[in-house]
Ligand binder design. Structure first.
Ligand SMILES: N[C@@H](CCC(=O)N[C@@H](CS)C(=O)NCC(=O)O)C(=O)O
Length: 340
């Protein structure tokens, strides 16, 4: 009995030692070796991922890439941005050309099940709507029946618009464009009665119209489009890092940790704040990165709320309200699992 007891104990000890070994992560190794993150972003969507004329990228998704670089490499500037279209984004990710996508990408069942990609959380709750010409007197989506709608081919918006009109037995002509900018200019040249995209995306796209004042974004929303960082299948430890960097951005806001007070917060007595900032526990070690990972991203990029305000919120040209993208404690949907 005693011998079996010892044997069982030995197995247990060996088992826990194995559990503490880091699973291999070819992506994380490659990122560390090359010294920067390869981030797949949007072709150019103000507020989300947009390069100015100096080639400097900014936006909510770009901030996520920067946060990941700060967490993994200690420096938020160590990112190379690869613009990807609606169609190219999948092969660019699965071929290994980028380490992840952070570009207005909706989580859907069939993408998850068939494209070899995984979604690591939600950094923007988007909802689809339509932009129409003010002179057209379209008040509701149903008023577009018998009309023509321009949309980017291969987007969730293309499918959701078709579903919406079909379910209501309403006829509509949907024209899809391989290049989204062509869809926008076709609408702008009055070849379509409406252009459809997410509310947040449209707030950014609107800037591209010849005369933005002539257009109106409908308030009716026809879909839920949760979007977030996307990885390819395999390399679970890289997926872990991508997922928890997003969680850290959101948890920092929930815990009141900002880029301004993060040094002060290291003295906090709150157990979760202490673990998040690497004062207690070794959460970085568990992922194979520095224990300062979350401290670095908060210090250099800020928490989720700071990013939101600066890129798409009231401090930006888009002026989006937090809405669903607010913490659950303030009536929104943002929530993270505990840092425990
Ligand atoms: N949520 C959509 C977004 C797709 C998307 O990026 N659509 C448009 C509007 S925001 C776009 O600008 N595409 C850029 C392009 O490929 O030209 C999806 O995941 O399919």
């Amino acid at each position: 009995m005693k011998i079996i007891g010892f044997a069982a104990l030995a197995v247990l000890i060996a088992g826990s030692a194995v559990a503490q070994q880091l699973a291999p992560s070819p992506t994380l190794d490659a990122v560390k070796a090359r010294g920067h993150i390869e981030c797949g972003v949007h072709l150019g969507l103000p507020g989300f991922s947009f390069a100015n004329d100096k080639g400097e990228w900014s936006g909510l998704d770009v901030d996520y890439c920067k946060a990941l670089a700060a967490a993994v490499l200690g420096d938020s500037t160590k990112v190379k941005y690869t613009p990807t279209s609606v169609q190219q984004r999948w092969p660019v990710l699965t071929s290994g050309q980028v380490d992840l996508l952070a570009r207005n990408t909706t989580i859907t069942f069939s993408r998850n099940a068939t494209l070899g990609v995984n979604f690591q959380g939600i950094n923007f709750y988007e909802g689809q709507t339509f932009v129409v010409r003010t002179k057209a007197k379209v008040a509701a989506v149903k008023d577009l029946a018998d009309g023509t709608i321009c949309v980017a081919a291969g987007s969730t918006e293309e499918k959701a618009a078709a579903d919406w009109f079909r379910e209501r037995n309403l006829k509509v002509t949907i024209i899809n464009f391989q290049k989204n900018d062509d869809a926008i200019s076709a609408y702008d040249q009055e070849r379509c009665d409406a252009y459809t995209a997410g509310v947040g995306a449209l707030a950014g796209q609107r800037i591209k119209f010849k005369d933005p004042a002539q257009h109106q974004i409908l308030t009716e929303v026809i879909s839920n489009d949760p979007q977030g960082p996307t990885t390819r299948w395999g390399d679970e430890r890289w997926q872990l890092v991508v997922r928890w960097v997003l969680n850290a951005q959101i948890a920092a806001e929930a815990l009141g940790v900002t880029s301004k007070n993060v040094d002060e917060m290291k003295k906090s007595t709150n157990a979760e704040v202490r673990r998040l900032l690497g004062v207690d526990g070794k959460f970085g070690d568990m992922m194979g990165i520095s224990n300062d990972w979350a401290y670095n991203l908060i210090k250099q990029v800020g928490n989720y709320g700071e990013s939101f305000e600066r890129t798409v919120g009231m401090g930006s040209v888009l002026k989006l309200k937090r809405g669903q993208n607010e913490l659950w404690t303030k009536g929104g949907l943002l929530f993270t699992p505990p840092f425990q």
